[in-house]
Ligand binder design. Structure first.
Ligand SMILES: [Zn+2]
Length: 371
């Protein structure tokens, strides 16, 4: 008799554990504990047993009944929780679903997309991306970059200066000339700031907005540049050419070539202008039908940026500090730098005729570019 009770208890335990919903549990409750079930009947008829067996059988049967009740109750809570979360999932409102009708998502502006692409190319070549302040001092924008006091870019007509309060210690009521503020005219001030903050070797690109008071089809008062600076041991013009060739091929196609033409910039020596072979006519200068290439105007080359070896005088403007120790000794380090216009690169690449189209925000223009 006691064996049979143990068997019933074990069977019930397995069946309860396997039950998957409230209905199955209700059926098990009837099957094992209902009025016509074996265990309750056995308890009811206990009086018919021999007196010496009643106590032990009764106790075992009662324990089995309580255990089965507890198992059903525990399993029932689990199953109810599962059923609840199942119904929550089934009824869930997905707020991330598109509305009706779905609205087109926006896209990146062609300038931002081009800038990101340039950053990716130079990241792939081992450069780090840095950003810098758009409001600069005369020191970082001109002095530290070897622009002498008579350089035309420093004229009030060529640069946006900011009216400034007197700085500490200025008796004349205005800041020291080198501490006066302006909207940076190029991303190059970050060359010196980057060297002040990091010891060599240094490989950085600096994208950002720059400002000059010009406005016509090929000039806007605000535009974007990507500056590059590499400083290390034994850096030559060949390293500059190789870096820019990799850039030109990534942007304008695998067949491109670059050429360097001598030029002058105050903060590079030697300085070069960099041309890329024309991708419209494959550098031939004329098209298949014999007509002159409209993009390069028959030259076969497109001017894309200015560059050069960093002038040793620029390193002399970088103080040695704890942060950039051992510092930039012009006798020991060499480097190259370039500055490219993001608008110009996107114009060449997409055949955009007028710079002002970038800023008019006409969606018919903007939706032709970017992803
Ligand atoms: Zn061409």
């Amino acid at each position: 008799m006691i064996d049979r009770i143990a068997q019933l208890r074990a069977q019930a335990g397995e069946a309860i554990a396997a039950a998957q919903d409230t209905e199955a549990l209700d059926q098990l409750r009837v099957h094992y504990l209902g009025r016509k079930a074996e265990l309750p009947l056995l308890l009811r008829d206990i009086g018919a047993l021999p007196a010496d067996q009643r106590g032990a059988v009764g106790r075992t049967a009662n324990e089995a009944r309580k255990a089965i009740e507890a198992l059903i109750s525990a399993r029932s809570q689990e199953v109810q929780a599962q059923e609840l979360s199942g119904s929550l999932l089934a009824d869930a409102l997905d707020v991330t679903l598109p509305g009706t009708p779905p609205r087109p998502v926006g896209r990146m502006h062609v300038i931002a997309a081009t800038q990101r692409e340039l950053e990716d190319i130079f990241l792939g070549l081992g450069f780090t991306v840095l950003e810098g302040p758009e409001v600069e001092t005369v020191h970082y924008n001109f002095d530290a970059l070897n622009h002498n006091p008579n350089h035309p870019a420093r004229a009030r007509t060529d640069t946006f200066y900011l009216r400034t309060e007197a700085g500490p210690g200025d008796s004349a009521g205005e800041r020291e000339p080198s501490e006066r503020l302006l909207l940076r005219t190029h991303t190059s001030p970050m060359q010196v700031r980057a060297m002040e903050a990091h010891p060599p070797p240094l490989y950085v690109v600096i994208p950002g907005r720059v400002y000059r008071p010009d406005s016509d089809a090929t000039h806007t008062p605000q535009f974007h540049q990507v500056e590059g600076l590499a400083v290390d041991d034994d850096i030559t013009l060949a390293d500059l050419k190789g870096t820019l060739l990799a850039f030109a091929r990534a942007i304008f196609g695998d067949q491109r070539d670059v050429r360097l033409r001598p030029h002058f910039f105050p903060f590079t020596e030697p300085s070069v202008e960099v041309d890329v072979s024309c991708f419209h006519c494959s550098g031939e200068g004329f098209l298949r039908d014999g007509s002159r290439c409209p993009l390069c105007k028959g030259e076969g080359w497109l001017e894309v940026l200015g560059a050069g070896e960093v002038d040793p005088d620029v390193y002399a403007h970088v103080p040695t500090t704890e942060r950039n120790a051992p510092g930039y000794d012009p006798e020991k380090v060499q480097g190259f730098a370039w500055g490219m216009g993001v608008e110009r690169i996107a114009m060449l690449r997409h055949g955009i005729p007028d710079l002002r189209l970038y800023y008019e925000n006409d969606v018919r223009f903007l939706e032709q570019f970017g992803a």
